[in-house]
Design a protein around this ligand. Sequence first.
Ligand code: NAP
Length: 284
Amino acid sequence: MTATIVDGKEIAAAILGEVEKSVAGAVSAGGRRPHLAIVVADDPAALSYTKSLQKKGENVGVEVTVEKAAAARGPGIAVLSALADDPAVDAVILQRPFIDRSVDGELSDLISPTKDVDGQSSASLGALWAGRPCFPASTAAAAVLILEHYDVQIEGAEAVVVGRSTVVGKPAAALLLNRHATVTICHTRTKELAGVCKRADIVIAAAGRAGLVTGDMVKPGAAVIDCGYNFLDDGTVVGDAVFDEVAEVAALTNKAVGGVGPITTAILLKHVAGAAVPTEVESF
Ligand code: NAP
């Protein structure tokens, strides 16, 4: 194995340590705890993720409340509109899946940009592409933070993002472009995916397809950040890349478990702390 393997847990712990310190500092200076509201429907996976996020938030002093809503457009609009107007709420997430992809997108636009800590709204995504202050989607931010943490040269690099969702692919591409990479975005209609990936110094895999990126698609020495989190029939979790093959060729890569996921959560909570202190919103 030639690649350095990303230690997502260690990076996440460092971020969470910073968040805990900044929240404690703000509270001891007389402020209140940052408050994240998560809107969630009756979906088992979404509820389980929400519970885990609530626990992690509480661990670093962030107040996390869960707003259960019936999975229908009307209740979704009502709860998100109320949260947008609630001055006691600093940050809002619409936990997906809520209804379906298109309605979830429409509902996300009710999250005000200053509370949109997971870059879910069109306004946040637009701001990201425009290089304006915003909170980018945390998984995309995690992928790029990994590159920076391991000193991967982004400026001038050929970067390929496999996937064009608003959750991972598009924001990851914007973050790389804003850091002066030359970015190609691939999707299901891309011809010659293997050839496109093979040219890349950086590959961000975000397709949700187990085994999509194989070792022979990777340029020796490239950084391959695998955002994929796919369940096999036996319950095993794997990424989009074939880990053992890619780790033989790449200079840096990650496992599906303990890679991007913990950093995503840590960044999300960092955004929540930032939303409570609006001057901390950064340009990306
Ligand atoms: P998504 O909405 O389903 O989007 C997948 C994207 O990949 C689409 O743009 C699709 O292209 C493209 N794609 C699918 N199959 C492809 C193929 N064979 N060749 C090229 N492109 C292909 O998924 P997502 O929400 O972005 O999530 C992507 C992955 O990241 C999933 O495994 C998800 O579980 C994981 N994820 C992880 C975290 C975390 O915290 N670790 C968070 C979010 C997501 P089209 O647009 O043409 O359909």
